[in-house]
Design a protein around this ligand. Structure first.
Ligand code: FAD
Length: 397
């Protein structure tokens, strides 16, 4: 197999495929390879509704092969090492692959093992421990929600950057709505334990979310960080991040959002910033040290919320700037930190948060998006998945 390409893309998830599709749609497309180990591609945003029983998890899965743009080579392998001084990457299968330009889009790493007791219990029947954060565990969320008739349901948000900062609370609101509809709400205590200092970083949306929490009688506790699970006793330990005080909460079900980090192979590479994420300029997405390298999506150090919606704006910026570098032109495309979080507050209601690096709302619709609306729920549940599979992943933005 050829071992040098004009453009090599590391990771064939939301970001990698979108950039590849945009470049492949160019009148003169560069010669490209995508290095991606998985033969499946996942639309992760729908997992919130899978966990709430609205869809089956199978709707989120497609064959990776169907999204590799025509003319692009798919190398089904995983990168282990970056050698940017030699313009090569090394892989698990022992290959060395050369490039003129590199795009790093490898997502982030879920650290289940960082919480003692979590890895062995999450998703396992009879444990009460579930998570929307992986294809393998998402169905267990719905199993737990629909079978709970009384007791305590706990929902966690860790003290690391995470993908989709709103997802830990969305499933809490959906569970509350389900318990209400099932007539068991009065028998269940709902506790939302977040390591964050407040419910949401953007005040406009936080104001409505605080009302939602009050209306739903959810016991929201902040600066509470999950540090251990004791599955046999069904107890969870939380440390208060300011006082250090430890609290143990007994649970009947617990939805855990695991701690997340840059993938180890990026964190220990010359491409990493001090934080371990790929170090890129926040407006051009070009690497801060190596001008022929770009990065985007969850693995990047872009100081915005890690979402697919952010990638929808990052990818065209990156593609345009990469083409400019290839043609010795100045970099003119600029990303402003746009990100979006569809905050589902129940079956049929949603607050569509959209904002930029400065946490200023940047809304798409001509109405106040901080209000809960059915139309925005319908957008998330029915329109956005189609736009993802048929638009974004085909480079039609
Ligand atoms: P990914 O899509 O995760 O892709 C990374 C790819 O890199 C993977 O295919 C992986 O196999 C590959 N890879 C890993 N290691 C290597 C390696 N060593 N070599 C080569 N390839 C490698 N976003 C929204 O916009 N709206 C939402 O409502 C929303 N809700 C969410 C709810 C949940 C429960 C979750 C989990 C996510 C949600 N997101 C949402 C976030 C969104 O799914 C991610 O931000 C997005 O998928 C990130 O894209 P990415 O390409 O950076 O990473």
């Amino acid at each position: 197999m050829q071992d040098h390409y004009q453009v090599v893309i590391v990771g064939g998830g939301s970001a990698g495929i979108t950039v590849a599709a945009l470049l492949a749609n160019e009148p003169v497309a560069p010669e490209m390879a995508i290095i991606e180990p998985s033969d499946k591609h996942y639309y992760q945003p729908i997992w919130t509704l899978v966990g709430a029983g609205v869809f089956s998890k199978e709707v989120s899965e497609r064959d990776e092969a169907d999204f590799i743009p025509p003319g692009t080579t798919w190398i089904q392998d995983a990168v282990t090492t970056f050698n940017p001084d030699h313009n090569t990457v090394s892989t698990v299968d022992g290959k060395t692959i050369g490039y003129d330009y590199l795009v790093v889009a490898a997502g982030l790493q879920l650290n289940w093992e960082a919480i003692p007791g979590l890895k062995e219990s999450v998703g396992q029947p009879g444990t009460g421990v579930c998570s929307n954060y992986s294809y393998d565990t998402v169905a267990s969320t719905w199993d737990n929600i629909r079978h709970l008739k009384s007791g305590t349901a706990v929902f966690t948000h860790p003290n690391t950057p995470i993908k989709c900062g709103g997802a830990p609370q969305k499933i809490c609101y959906l569970a509350e709505d389900y318990f209400h509809k099932a007539g068991v709400r009065d028998q269940i205590d709902l506790i939302f334990c977040s390591a964050e200092p407040k419910i949401f970083a953007v005040e406009k949306y936080a104001n409505t979310l605080n009302q939602v929490i009050e209306r739903k009688h959810i016991d929201a506790r902040f600066r509470q960080n999950l540090v251990a699970l004791h599955p046999s006793q069904r107890e969870a330990d939380f440390d208060h991040l300011d006082t250090g005080e430890r609290t143990t909460i007994p649970y009947d079900m617990i939805h855990v959002t695991p701690p997340m980090s840059p993938p180890d192979f990026i964190r220990h590479s010359p491409l990493a910033a001090d934080t371990g994420w790929v170090s890129v300029h926040q407006h051009t997405l070009q690497h801060t040290v190596y001008p022929n390298i770009f990065g985007l999506g969850d693995c990047s150090n872009l100081p915005t919320s890690k979402t697919g919606a952010a990638i929808r704006k990052q990818a065209p910026t990156l593609a345009q700037n990469l083409l400019s570098v290839m043609h010795n032109q100045p970099l003119v495309a600029s990303y402003n930190g746009y990100t979006s979080c569809p905050l589902v507050t129940g079956y049929g209601s949603l607050i569509l948060a959209e904002f930029d690096y400065d946490k200023q709302p940047e809304e798409s619709f001509p109405f106040d998006q901080s209000q809960e609306r059915y139309s925005m729920y319908a957008l998330k549940a029915y329109a956005l998945p189609k736009m993802y599979w048929h638009g974004m992943l085909r480079g039609r933005m």
